[in-house]
Design a protein around this ligand. Structure first.
Ligand code: AMP
Ligand code: MG
Length: 353
């Protein structure tokens, strides 16, 4: 299959046409990659079981990993979800359109293929004009997981999507680099207490302001016992991973640089090609030639925005091993470290003074 790329140019007429074309592709049961404010999504008709199967196939994703359904208006929620509480509606009014996914018991119109066999459905409304346009043009309900091959870092540009899915999907809508760069926060509203399944741009504190007490799924912190199942099935897979072995190194900046300099020099002497993921404040402390600057600690959104791109950059450099600083900044640090620790298979070492 040929993958056609349509760039959104800002010309209203051309953009309308590209958006309507993406909508038609999805209505016909095929797939289109679309920009959202978080990461690029691989969009199919959420109410068509065949589309869900195509998504799993294109991503190489296990079919027990459910898809998030994207809608373009709050009223659309009623058709697909049950037990929508007043607090859920308040969350929707406060954070939609935006990077928040809520989980509800599902109605029968949502095929089990879309929900990975679960009787619940994950829903969000993206804050991206083109994405909303595509959802409307596609009939109002679009399943759109991140548009990467399963296990790889999510795509924050159309070029990343092409890297992973060229020849596997009909169309890519190129809206340029995305704004946030991390996937949505996911909160499960089907239990006695609301439960955070995936941290994101909307923080736990923001959720608690509306919901009161919110639990955190142990899988978020990698604290799941082997016999336990994570509530978000996707959390059990290795994820976001570059091809090289990634290790997170914690400690003071000087101690981290000291240890990483020793480890990268040892790797070089073994003929390997090491790389370091560092903040712009500390990048100068490393002697390794492949230092990938993820952004400034003073501007957290910069780090969130470029994390996945830098993990992909490490692959382009064929880097292995890769060492990353901790980016445990106050607002987005939880979400960033969740992705980074998963990418590292939870492998972290401590640099002592
Ligand atoms: P992605 O769309 O690739 O960002 O991944 C979607 C995430 O949402 C995965 O981790 C899924 O396991 C999770 N998810 C989607 N639907 C549900 C659901 N009904 N219950 C729990 N987790 C869900
Ligand atoms: Mg994903």
């Amino acid at each position: 299959m040929e993958t056609k790329v349509y760039a959104l140019t800002g010309n209203p007429e051309e953009d309308r046409e590209a958006i309507s074309l993406a909508g038609q592709v999805i209505r016909s049961g095929q797939l289109a990659a679309i920009p959202t404010e978080t990461v690029y999504g691989l969009a199919g008709d959420a109410l068509n079981p065949g589309s869900a199967s195509r998504i799993y196939e294109a991503k190489g994703r296990p079919s027990d990993n459910p898809l998030i359904v994207h809608i373009a208006e709050i009223q659309a929620l009623e058709k697909i979800a049950r037990d929508i509480s007043p607090k859920a509606l308040e969350l929707a009014r406060r954070f939609w359109p935006g990077p928040l996914t809520m989980i509800f018991p599902k109605k029968d119109v949502v095929p089990l293929e879309t929900t990975g066999g679960l009787d619940t459905v994950a829903v969000r409304m993206p804050a991206h004009e083109a994405a909303l346009g595509v959802i409307r043009a596609a009939g109002g309900y679009v399943a759109a997981p991140s548009a990467n091959r399963s296990g790889r870092p999510s795509c924050t540009t159309a070029e990343h999507v092409l890297e992973d899915l060229n020849g596997k999907i009909g169309l890519i809508l190129d809206g340029g680099p995305v704004g946030i760069g991390l996937e949505s926060t996911i909160v499960d509203l089907t239990g006695r207490l609301p439960c955070l399944l995936r941290p994101g741009f909307i923080s736990l504190k923001q959720l608690e302001e509306v919901l009161g007490e919110v639990e955190t799924d142990p899988a978020v912190k990698g604290q799941l016992a082997p016999e336990q199942r994570p509530k978000a099935p996707g959390m059990k897979y290795r994820h976001y991973a570059p091809r090289g072995r990634l290790t997170v190194v914690s400690g003071t900046p000087e101690a981290v640089a000291g240890l990483v300099n020793r480890l990268t020099e040892e790797a070089l002497s073994r003929g390997e090609n090491p790389a370091v993921l560092a903040s712009s404040e500390t990048a100068g402390l490393y002697r390794c030639k492949n230092v990938l600057e993820v952004g400034s600690r003073a501007r957290e959104s910069e780090i969130a925005h470029s994390l996945f791109a830098m993990l992909r950059r490490a692959d382009e450099l064929e880097a292995d091993p890769i060492f990353a600083e901790e980016f445990d900044t106050p607002q987005l640090g939880g979400a960033v470290m969740n992705r980074l620790m998963k990418a590292a298979g939870f492998h972290r070492i401590k640099a002592s003074e």
